[in-house]
Design a protein around this ligand. Structure first.
Ligand code: GLN
Length: 288
């Protein structure tokens, strides 16, 4: 069997298993297994593959066939140009979430005229999961202090590892939302909380609903449970002109804006779209 024939056979099995990107995944598993890249593959396409490599390749394909996320097989995901370790204890960082990091970074650097400039930002990443948001912010912004918290001990273990691997210093706390940071005040709170409506979970892709942590996805009956709590308590944890930056589901801008307005403690609410044109990030600042 030639390299290209092997990958083609892998692709066909992934098509039959209804994977979303069968060709890409079949290729990526080959790169993962061999440490080769696209150019190597191009050059090696017509070379024979030994039996042992075939066996190992199709073993990976079998895992993916069961709809195990590619990132659980390879153990990592790229986010903001950094590599994050992932496992079933943490939500796999999504590309859409990079928009949140970019918006937060613009604000911190003073590149957003709607938000007052400050120095030495103290940032809280609530529901940090793998740590992707807080860690990448700490990497792209100079002079900020990041604190991160999560309810899941297991997620925090992964987040700590990711902070170390990406060489940033972050204070981690375990607790339910603000529980672990009582009495602290921040200049910015960022969060990508669980926001999927409970009854929508069964219609998610297999990779998500069967292999990613439900507690990182389930936002309650209307998907807003975490926003209610995060927004209601945010003013108590934010300094003057403190900024709240939240990821939202594509159809949640109105509801989350209403929750923010209800508090009467924030300035105008701004909505930012993701690359697909969906509402994805909301930010606002405290009035005083
Ligand atoms: N965007 C994620 C998904 O669609 C959900 C993330 C979340 O609930 N915070 O799977």
């Amino acid at each position: 069997m030639l390299v290209r024939e092997m990958i083609k056979a892998g692709e066909i099995r992934l098509i039959e298993a209804h994977c979303m990107d069968p060709w890409l995944d079949a290729e990526l598993l080959y790169y993962y297994l061999t440490g080769k890249d696209r150019v190597d593959l191009f050059l090696a396409a017509n070379q024979p593959v030994d039996k042992e490599l075939q066996r190992r390749y199709f073993d990976l394909i079998s895992q993916r066939e069961k709809r195990i996320p590619l990132q659980h097989i390879t153990g990592s995901q790229e986010f903001m140009g950094l590599t994050f370790q992932v496992n079933p204890d943490v939500l796999i960082p999504r590309q859409d979430t990079e928009i949140l990091v970019e918006e937060a970074a613009k604000i911190i650097r003073g590149d957003n005229p709607r938000i007052r400039q400050k120095r030495g930002w103290k940032v809280l990443d609530l529901c940090c999961g793998s740590g992707a948001i807080g860690i990448s912010l700490a990497r792209v912004c100079e002079n900020i202090k990041v604190t991160a918290s999560d309810y899941s001990e297991a997620a925090l273990e992964t987040a700590k590892l990711n902070a170390e691997k990406n060489r940033v210093k972050i204070k981690f706390f375990q607790g339910d939302l603000y529980q672990a940071v009582r009495k602290k005040r921040f200049d910015m709170i960022v969060s990508n909380p669980p926001y999927i409506r409970t009854h929508m979970i069964p219609i998610l892709q297999d990779e998500v609903k069967s292999f990613e942590p439900l507690m990182a996805l389930d936002g309650g009956e209307d998907g807003l449970d975490f926003y209610r709590k995060i927004i209601a308590d945010a003013p108590a944890y934010l300094r003057k002109n403190g900024v709240l930056v939240l990821e939202i589901g594509h159809d949640q801008a109105q509801d989350v804006t209403a929750l923010i307005k209800e508090t009467k403690k924030f300035t105008k609410v701004n909505v930012v779209k993701d690359l697909a044109g969906h509402d994805r990030v909301i930010y606002t600042a405290t009035l005083y």
